[in-house]
Structure formats: structure tokens, C-alpha cells
Unconditional design. Structure first.
Length: 152
């Protein structure tokens, strides 16, 4: 009886195919890890920007609470349409912040009157603060909106 052995070139070719398949699987895994890292970095950066915007809005609310809270004074000092001294100094802090693109997307501060109710007939002012930013590579601007009700 004679035995037939596979030629060594056929065995070598099969080993080469196995090695190429292993490299392909490894490369796909590396691409997946790289994509996951990029996604994590984008999410962390977005969270940083939202936190910065929230701190800036809280800063403005604190400034308003420390001032005269009558509707006319709040409107004159802090509304973005009147650009009073309170708004101007706060906007300078926003412009110096780490938020990207804030100089081309100025924040807005608007006021509306809320009628008094319950045990108090005194109306209050509802401040709406909107801060915009546009990060590198973002197709559209992001915004953070905060609302605070102020009674005189």
C-alpha cells in the first residue's frame, strides 16, 4: 500500500490563509476599539460643554438674585435685548469660557411676567437663559436652557 501525502506547498497555503484571516479579525477588533474610544471622547467633551454652560447659567441666576429683583430692573440690567451692565459683564465671562463658538453665538436672556398666586398676589419675573455653543466637527449648534423665577 502506498500512502499519498499532501504536498507541502498546499499545507503552507492553508497556513497562510489562516494567518490572513486572523489578521483580518484582529484589524476589525482594533477598528472597533478605536471607534469606541472616539465615541467616548466625543461624549466626554459634550458633557464638559454642558457642565460649563450650566455653571455659567447658574452664575447669572446668582447675580440676578443678588441684585434688585424688580421686573423693570432685571429687564434693564440682564436682558440680552437691552444689553445692560449685568448682561454685558456676564457675557464677557461666557466669552472667556471654554465653550467653543460662543463669540459667534451670543447667549440670550429673556424675561416674562408670572402672575402672583396662592397666598401672594405679587407677580414675579421668569428668566429664560439660553447658552449656545458649536464644537469642532459639529454640524449644528448645541444649546443649554435654564429658567429661574425671581420675586422682588
Amino acid at each position: 500500500m502506498t500512502r499519498h501525502h499532501a504536498p507541502s506547498s498546499a499545507i503552507g497555503g492553508f497556513t497562510l490563509i489562516e494567518a490572513m484571516a486572523a489578521l483580518l479579525i484582529f484589524a476589525i477588533g482594533l477598528l472597533g476599539i478605536t471607534g469606541l474610544y472616539a465615541s467616548t471622547a466625543r461624549t466626554a467633551t459634550g458633557a464638559e460643554f454642558r457642565t460649563t454652560a450650566a455653571m455659567l447659567a447658574s452664575d447669572l441666576v446668582g447675580r440676578m438674585w443678588m441684585s434688585d429683583r424688580t421686573a423693570a430692573t432685571l429687564q434693564a440690567n440682564y436682558a440680552s435685548t437691552t444689553a445692560g451692565t449685568g448682561y454685558t459683564s456676564w457675557k464677557a465671562a461666557v466669552d472667556k469660557s471654554s465653550l467653543p463658538g460662543v463669540s459667534s453665538l451670543p447667549p440670550t436672556v429673556t424675561f416674562s411676567t408670572v402672575a402672583g398666586g396662592g397666598s401672594s398676589a405679587i407677580s414675579s419675573s421668569l428668566a429664560t437663559i439660553t447658552i449656545y455653543w458649536k464644537g469642532p466637527g459639529d454640524s449644528s449648534a448645541h444649546q443649554y436652557v435654564a429658567m429661574a423665577q425671581m420675586k422682588p
